[in-house]
Design a binder for this molecule. Structure first.
Ligand SMILES: Nc1ncnc2c1ncn2[C@@H]1O[C@H](COP(=O)(O)OP(=O)(O)OP(=O)(O)O)[C@@H](O)[C@H]1O
Ligand SMILES: [Mg+2]
Length: 262
């Protein structure tokens, strides 16, 4: 474990985000320990992606504080957080359509590079040796996720499930300490979701994972701890069994979705 000053890798306290008159997050606390899988669930519009945007530095909260390894992050801009060891996947894919799979993943390794963010794209400030190292790392990540044979293809030519694996490889290529996964099972078949569950458990042995998902079977299977959001507020926290048994959680899902998700 790399944390010495604190048992928590990341803490978010009192996070509030307002978009005009809409309060997307209302005084939310989240604590993430090194290693393990934390579930972040809740009905559509609950604020899950907004919280990821805050944690990954894309969005500055209206109020609240973030600490990373016991101290405020020195610079909240995204690529600095990535260098500090926070990586994410996006709801959907967010792969660059005109770059090969290999280059898409190499971009994710930028935190390890000397040339600065996105210098792989611009070609500025990077040595050929760095580029070669990045591509070697990217290839190793593609191998880890079983999609190395797609390295020189464009993402859009691949099946959705394969693209999801590429997105995972891109997030993991920089060896993050915290990995934020936003609906990794979205659009996958039942069998693919089973494989994903095993992958997420495996990832949770190397790094802390925060998982946003609507597939409750997956969440209940892989998470050590779950935080439930509804209308921007934390309404329940606990083990999968505790959260499943919480009537407040059932109410939230039944109140806002047609099928209740369970
Ligand atoms: N940039 C924005 N501007 C205005 N409102 C926003 C913005 N981003 C999100 N919202 C609103 O904030 C609320 C929370 O949205 P968010 O995307 O975080 O929900 P979510 O829990 O990720 O939902 P889903 O499960 O559908 O992905 C929603 O009401 C959404 O419409
Ligand atoms: Mg979302």
């Amino acid at each position: 474990m790399t944390t010495t000053a604190t048992e928590h890798l990341l803490t978010a306290e009192g996070i509030t985000v307002r978009f005009g008159g809409l309060t997307a997050l209302d005084d939310v606390d989240l604590r993430v320990r090194p290693g393990g899988v934390t579930g972040l669930i809740g009905p559509n519009g609950a604020g899950k992606t907004t919280l990821f945007n805050v944690l990954s530095g894309v969005l500055r909260p209206t109020s609240g504080t973030i600490t990373w390894k016991g101290a405020p992050p020195s610079n909240r801009r995204t690529h600095h957080l990535a260098r500090a060891g926070i990586a994410r996947t996006f709801q959907g894919l967010n792969l660059f359509p005109l770059m090969t799979v290999l280059d898409n993943v190499a971009v994710g390794a930028d935190r390890l590079a000397r040339g600065g963010p996105l210098s792989l794209l611009t070609g500025l400030g990077r040595h050929h040796r760095d580029e070669r190292e990045l591509r070697e790392r990217a290839m190793a990540a593609l191998e880890r996720f079983g999609v190395a044979d797609t390295a020189y293809r464009l993402p859009g030519t691949l099946p959705y499930g394969v693209q999801k694996q590429v997105a995972l490889a891109r997030a993991c290529v920089g060896d993050p300490e915290l990995l934020l996964l936003d609906e990794p099972a979205g659009g996958l078949s039942g069998g693919q979701i089973g494989d994903l569950a095993a992958q997420i458990r495996e990832l949770g042995r190397d790094m802390a994972v925060v998982l946003v998902e609507h597939h409750m079977d997956l969440v209940m299977e892989v998470c050590d701890h779950i935080v439930v959001l509804n209308f921007g507020r934390v309404i329940s926290t606990g083990t999968p069994d505790e959260v499943r048994a919480d009537p407040e959680v059932t109410r939230a899902y039944l109140g806002t979705t047609d099928d209740g998700n369970e």
